[in-house]
Design a protein around this ligand. Sequence first.
Ligand code: NAP
Length: 206
Amino acid sequence: MRKTLRLGVMGGTFDPIHFGHLVAADEALVQFNLDRVVFMPTGQPVRKTHRHVSSAEDRYLMTVIATASNPDFEVSRMEIDRPGDTYTVDTMTALRAQYGAGAELFFITGADAVREILTWKDADRFIGLCTFIAATRPGYDTGLSAASAVALPPAVEYMEVPALAISSSDIRERVRTRRPVRYLLPEAVASYIDKNGLYGEPGADI
Ligand code: NAP
């Protein structure tokens, strides 16, 4: 009998990608017995109107650089090549069509993003397409015992990742204020940021 493919889809803006994301993907790979994890940089994030987001190409390239050495990680251009706002439902529908019933899909992302899933486009349809893996920072309150639990989508698996104490917003602020980032993200990504002058403008809205 053919084995069901267990495919992790790591969704994020990755502006920039850091060790927290990489550790979370690796943890999901092992904890959920995934065959591989496809990193899916968001093309045009729908809810990021409050700050400048680096170009899709810069975020894609940083993700490729960061994952290059791991044979279990891949990076997809699916969202960055799709015109218009990025909706996860479109991505999961396309992946479901590509892989058919022979694949089990796991959408991995930050727990704060997962909290809002019910408000995303076509949430009802999206929720039926995959299992959600919500990566949490240490001490994160999932709200599971509180009244808010009823507002969470059904198939959510929580996964605590201590390395998620690292955050992209902190890295952007550190670059802007010329503080060290060396041990927070792969060296080659730090070099890419430096070479391309990302996050560096004085007074930039991070
Ligand atoms: P976000 O709101 O920028 O991030 C929320 C929190 O989750 C942040 O603390 C972030 O930390 C963390 N996070 C984000 N991606 C992560 C990942 N892959 N692993 C671990 N932690 C992660 O989230 P976002 O990047 O905009 O969106 C996350 C995903 O949800 C993307 O794939 C996006 O396309 C999708 N999304 C879809 C819709 C929709 O379809 N309507 C709406 C919103 C989001 P860092 O800043 O350090 O990453």
